[in-house]
Design a binder for this molecule. Structure first.
Ligand code: NIG
Ligand code: FE
Length: 421
């Protein structure tokens, strides 16, 4: 049966299709955004059936109830993808602000038993419904910014496995009920629980022998992640956890070299992680190894900003060395309390010297690749999901230049139209 157009977006001043191979784009490829002036996109139910220039070709049949939108003077992109968030958690940590202003560093707060540990307590106390409602509110906010797919991690239960599972089940339930598509990640190794401070290997054993097999068996996560950092999990411990996860069929991510350069990037390459995230302190050797193994580099500039550091990940060097970049919010209550991916895009330009074309690539097809969803989303091509954003901006540069506000006018999710402004 022929697919009839149920939605047509026409007269698009700047249509950014991201046309190209369904894989993470690198080097110059990151600047090929498939821009079409006076573009047109046709959708049949939840899939794209046409994207091109000018008018719809005569062969494309039109449903009699077709909805037609003009995007004259506007910019249209694939739905944005936030590939690294700690979406589900209890409480908030605004009281850390005064400590930060007094000069206390993130790892010092963590070492003194605050930071992530405070959120662990709040997440333990919160009921399923409370966690669900709080995360739903954040997800609504992300959606309004033009985000249609979000990765979400556990990690605020630690040795309290019930709480880890509660987080993963909230993600599962939100994925069923919310418009935004969620990708769940198990991050049991997010901090060393106080009880295991002098016996970290025992906790690693619990993660590898009990938690990972359970999470994999009941399909509660697609990815496994580890916070590999000084004073948190060492390279050896991270390797052990991720290898076990791989054995159980989970895909791998790693919080690597966020604050101290430990060699997390090299480990990501060795283990074949889908992405390595943060990479602020990564060595050139580590970058080269990641590039050889096609590991996506997920950069999180609002985290660097919030950690009050001036040292941002070296995006230019990574692009030169052939690393595909993905940009994400790292939304969490401590190091990046923001759901605003458009703000992250502006930081990508101003703080990391990425071009607008590289940036839009980083939040669409490359972010999709960081979640292994590159065949389904991340570009506006025939057969892909009809996740499409209309931004009320005259061009791509403007979207990134005029920063800190929401430029989304319309979100089209699974072919359905939601007006934002
Ligand atoms: O990616 N680094 C570890 N995890 C988060 C912070 C989580 C928190 O502070 O609650 C991050 O920065
Ligand atoms: Fe994170």
């Amino acid at each position: 049966m022929e697919k009839k157009a149920t939605l047509v977006i026409k007269e698009i001043s700047n249509l950014i299709t991201m046309k190209g191979p369904n894989r993470a784009r690198k080097k110059e490829e990151m600047s090929n955004v498939g821009l079409i002036n006076n573009g047109i996109v046709a959708v049949s139910n939840d899939k794209i059936i046409y994207a091109g220039e000018g008018e719809l070709p005569k062969e494309i049949p039109i449903s009699k109830n077709v909805k037609i939108i003009s995007a004259k003077g506007k910019t249209v992109t694939p739905g944005l993808i936030d590939s690294h968030t700690h979406l589900v958690h209890g409480g908030s940590r605004e009281y850390e602000l005064t400590k930060k202003l007094e000069g206390k560093k993130y790892l010092e707060i963590l070492e003194s038993g605050g930071g992530i540990f405070d959120t662990v307590e709040a997440t333990k106390k919160a009921t399923f419904d409370e966690l669900y409602k709080k995360a739903e509110k954040s997800l609504n906010r992300m959606f309004s910014y033009g985000v249609t797919t979000v990765e979400a991690k556990s990690g605020y239960g630690l040795d309290d496995f019930e709480t880890e599972l509660k987080q993963l089940k909230v993600i599962q339930e939100l994925n069923k009920n919310h418009l935004v598509d969620l990708v769940p990640t198990f991050l049991g190794a997010h901090a060393i629980p106080k009880e295991y401070k002098n016996n970290v290997d025992k906790f690693v054993d619990i993660i590898t022998k009990k938690m990972i097999p359970y999470v994999a068996k009941y399909k509660l996560a697609e990815f496994c992640d580890v916070f590999c950092e000084k004073g948190v999990f060492t390279i050896g411990q991270s390797r052990k956890i991720l290898l076990e996860a791989k054995k159980h069929g989970l895909l791998l991510k790693i919080h690597a070299d966020e604050i101290e350069p430990l060699g997390g990037a090299e480990l990501a390459a060795e283990l074949g992680c889908v992405s390595a995230d943060h990479l602020v302190g990564t060595s050139e050797e580590g970058m080269k190894k990641m590039s050889e193994k096609n590991v996506v580099a997920t950069l999180l500039p609002t985290t660097t900003f919030y950690l009050q550091s001036n040292k941002y990940a070296n995006a230019r060097k990574m692009i030169d060395l052939g690393l595909p970049i993905s940009l994400s919010t790292d939304y969490n209550p401590g190091s990046s309390p923001t759901e605003n991916l458009q703000l992250v895009m502006s930081f990508g330009a101003i703080k990391m010297n990425m071009t607008p074309k590289e940036i839009i690539t980083s939040v669409t097809i490359n972010a999709a690749s960081a979640l292994k969803l590159e065949d389904k989303v991340g570009s506006l091509e025939v057969g892909k999901k009809a996740d499409i954003i209309i931004f009320d901006v005259p061009n791509l540069d403007y979207l990134i230049y005029h920063f800190g506000v929401n430029h989304t006018e319309t979100v089209i999710k699974n072919g359905k139209v939601y007006n934002i402004t």
